[in-house]
Design a protein around this ligand. Structure first.
Ligand code: PLP
Length: 385
């Protein structure tokens, strides 16, 4: 089956690289292959491209200066650079980290590592919609807190967090505020000044740039220890810059900024999608009814295994995703749905549908044409087990 015939409804997993991004990158893979640290013209050509992309990313995020942008290899690295970097900044004495129970594994596993190094990490309470509870955060954030890390929008259910209010709580206690904006960037406005954050992570492959490129916003004056040692990125991150992908990320940020106005189009499509899916008996929507990413919807179906549902949709040419699967291939309840108090039988019967650049109404129609009978068939299989 060709990519054209697929209905790709998994833009929160990854996105296609836009042709404008590919075109901008190609000269830096072919002729302008210099190392940006080299002094001769070939190197300086690459340097100029890297700095132009830095300005594009800074403009996209509303940073005060392009010097506040550090290029990394991915969203995960940006998260680790922010949290571990904040904890291990030179002279940093604070030993506590505050986060939420619905973070991406890049954050969760980083917290586990830091706990083994003697840091205390605690997570706040979230409500049934997956929204972090401010009272719980206020209680946890103390003078001993080095960094608070709460994601801007959740990658499974799409709930958007009150980051500006959380950042104000962190600031009151002198802690750095980090947000993982990997899922929100390009889908809703992301402005570091409005959010009031010190550190913010993004990833190229969620905004139609290639995989393997990311960026971290570091507010001027925020001090971080170095995680990938070396002299590049003004001694903040070692490693010869991935010039072509950095150029791609810059262009993708420009395009994403322009396209933000199209979120109303996704909301329209989502309304149709949700009405169609929720007409299936025994289905429910997860995540916040309003404060949620406009491009995505997350559902649970009684008596269905989410993993089997994804496989069945794949056979129909539709790409979607479920929660994590165990080694036997059966679905497990995700840590996000568990934290939200979703009962296990519903948590294991979940389906995330996410739209983005290139999604057509016909993709939604195709999904709605096959989903009811697919759910029905899988329910019969499930009941017979
Ligand atoms: N944070 C969130 C919320 C994500 O959804 C992802 C990827 O799915 C990441 C971080 C990791 O980004 P990357 O795949 O670029 O490492």
């Amino acid at each position: 089956m060709t990519a054209r015939e697929l209905s790709y409804l998994d833009h929160n997993a990854t996105t296609p690289v836009r042709p404008e991004v590919v075109e901008a990158m190609l000269p830096y893979l072919r002729e302008h292959y210099g190392n940006p640290s080299s002094v001769y013209a070939l190197g300086q050509r690459a340097r100029k491209a890297v700095e132009q992309a830095r300005a594009q990313v800074a403009a996209f995020l509303g940073a005060a200066s392009e010097q506040e942008i550090v290029f990394t290899s991915c969203g995960s690295e940006s998260d680790v650079m922010a949290i571990e970097g904040a904890c291990e900044a030179p002279g940093q004495k604070r030993k506590r980290i505050v986060s939420s129970p619905i973070e991406h594994d890049a954050v969760r596993l980083c917290l586990d590592k830091l706990k083994r190094r003697g840091f205390a990490a605690s997570v706040c309470a979230v409500d049934g919609f997956g929204e972090a509870e401010l009272a719980s955060l206020e209680e946890l954030i103390a003078d001993e807190t080095a960094v608070v890390s709460v994601m801007h929008a959740n990658n499974e259910v799409g709930t958007i967090q009150p980051i500006a209010r959380i950042a104000a709580l962190a600031k009151k206690r002198g802690a750095l505020m980090h947000t993982d904006a990997v899922q929100s960037a390009g889908k809703i406005p992301v402005d570091v000044k409005e959010l009031g954050v010190d550190l913010l992570s993004i990833s190229g492959h969620k905004i139609n740039a290639p995989k393997g490129i990311g960026a971290l916003y570091v507010r001027k004056g925020a001090r971080l220890g170095q995680i990938v040692t070396g002299h590049q990125e003004k001694n903040r991150r070692g490693g010869t810059e991935n010039v072509a992908s950095i150029v791609g990320l810059g262009v993708a940020c420009e395009l994403a900024k322009k396209d933000l106005a199209k979120s109303a189009h996704y909301l329209e499509l989502r309304r149709k999608l949700e009405a169609g899916v929720l007409a299936i008996p025994g289905s429910r929507l997860n995540g916040h009814p309003e404060r949620r990413l406009p491009n995505a919807a997350h559902f649970s179906f009684e008596g269905v295994d989410g993993h089997q549902l994804v496989v069945a949709l794949d056979l129909e040419g539709i790409c979607a995703s479920a929660g994590p699967a165990c080694s036997s291939g059966a679905s497990m309840a995700s840590h996000v749905l568990t934290a939200m108090g979703c009962p296990e039988p519903l948590a294991t019967g979940s389906l995330r549908l996410s739209m983005g650049w290139g999604t057509r109404e016909s993709d939604v129609d195709r999904l709605l044409a096959v989903l009811p009978k697919t759910v029905e068939k899988l329910r019969r299989v499930h009941a017979a087990l």
